[in-house]
Design a protein around this ligand. Structure first.
Ligand code: NAP
Length: 351
């Protein structure tokens, strides 16, 4: 099969280069366009990325020689991944959707729009039914889908099977977020070595609101929020990749420790769909006392699986546990690619 040509908007950033790395050798998609700001445009990708390529391995040779373009909707592809800085992602993604492109975005700008799916294929695939409404808004075949904030996605993956079986009504979460989540160069070394920073600008509102949209319903052409309350505290820690989160939950219906573990271990909604980036299983429960750990567990399922552990009774709510997810793979680049694979399987990349 001829591979589908895709563009990467924000191709020079941390998430953009991860997308390029993960798409190398992809069975369905082939990077044919790379775009960024006017500062980078007009030069070969390899030249622009000298000293800036931070992911493992070399730049794929075919991408290295592509000329970086500006983010105008005249790229030769039908699907674009967006890893744009949020200061520009909003209007750029709208221009592309209006011009008929499908945009799979990492940026926060359109996540909460009333006709934009905030998609985790394992959790809320039915939210794609909103796409015709969005196409009407743009007056084109194009549309935007988004993936969640990098701390929200691990939390939702752990909550989704529990919410479905037992109803989760309250969540208190403290995140220990990796440095790569701040892009490059990110947090200054003198602020973070031998330290924990108990603040990440704008993060807590995202972790408190995005899961409610994802776990909510699409009813009568409108998203309704899930009926649960989340209180989040977000911290930056001295780890390169992998967000660890300490979570305590209250449930609507009684459940045992074994019931919760079974809900996680039986959760595999994409099984059999053969999506290249879908991990199977998407959730792994570790029984050791000291797991999950970022360095040891973040690469499970090639960085796409979330790892849960240390489930125990909570003396304030019902239960507490830890969840770990790879922030630049499951929390960003890999999530955008999995979303696009899901659209392809659902015949949503073409009319
Ligand atoms: P980054 O490293 O700062 O990269 C930003 C990208 O945006 C670069 O390619 C940059 O191009 C481009 N850009 C900046 N200003 C532009 C302009 N005026 N016009 C066109 N392009 C412009 O950021 P990042 O960490 O990759 O994050 C990218 C997006 O993903 C952000 O919205 C972020 O919030 C989101 N996200 C990040 C993570 C993570 O773990 N890092 C996780 C989830 C979501 P130049 O190189 O030419 O300036």
């Amino acid at each position: 099969m001829a591979r589908i040509k895709v563009g990467v908007l924000g191709a020079t950033g941390m998430v953009g280069q991860r997308i390029i790395q993960l798409l190398e050798g992809h069975p369905w998609f082939e990077v044919s366009e790379v775009a960024a700001s006017e500062r980078s445009a007009g030069r070969p990708y390899a030249e622009v990325m000298q000293g800036r390529w931070k992911v493992q391995g070399d730049i794929p040779p075919r991408v290295a020689q592509l000329i970086v373009k500006e983010c105008n909707p005249n790229l030769e592809c039908r699907l674009c991944f967006s890893a744009l800085d949020s200061s520009v992602a909003g209007p750029v993604e709208e221009d592309f959707a209006q011009a008929g492109y499908v945009v799979s975005s990492n940026s926060k700008n359109h996540r909460m729009d009333p006709d934009v799916p905030l998609l985790i294929p394992e959790v809320n695939a039915d939210h794609l039914d909103i796409i015709p409404q969005q196409r009407d808004r743009w007056g084109s075949d194009g549309y935007i889908i988004t993936n969640p904030n990098c701390a929200a996605i691990g939390l939702v993956m752990a909550l989704a099977p529990l919410h479905k079986r037992f109803g989760v009504d309250k969540v208190v979460v403290t995140t220990l977020q990796a440095l790569s989540g701040a892009g490059y160069p990110g947090v200054p070394s003198l602020d973070v070595i031998d330290n924990v920073v108990p603040f990440i600008g704008g993060e807590e509102p995202k972790v408190e609101s995005e899961p409610l949209k994802i776990l909510g319903a699409l009813d009568g052409g409108k998203f309704t929020s899930a009926d649960l309350t989340i209180s989040a505290s977000c911290t930056r820690v001295h780890v390169v990749d992998g967000h660890l989160e300490s979570v305590s939950i209250g449930l609507n219906h009684k459940a045992s420790l074994d019931d919760l573990i079974a809900a996680w271990e039986e959760f595999d909604p994409l099984s059999g769909q053969e999506l290249p980036s879908a991990p199977s299983p998407p959730l792994i429960y570790r029984r050791e006392d000291d797991r999950p750990q970022p360095r040891r567990d973040r690469d499970e399922g090639k960085g796409m699986a979330c790892v849960v552990g240390r489930l125990r009774k909570c003396s304030i709510h019902d239960y507490k546990f830890f969840v770990l997810s790879h922030n630049t793979i499951r929390g960003a680049a890999g999530a955008a690619i999995l979303n696009a694979e899901f659209l392809y399987k659902k015949n949503l990349l073409w009319l």
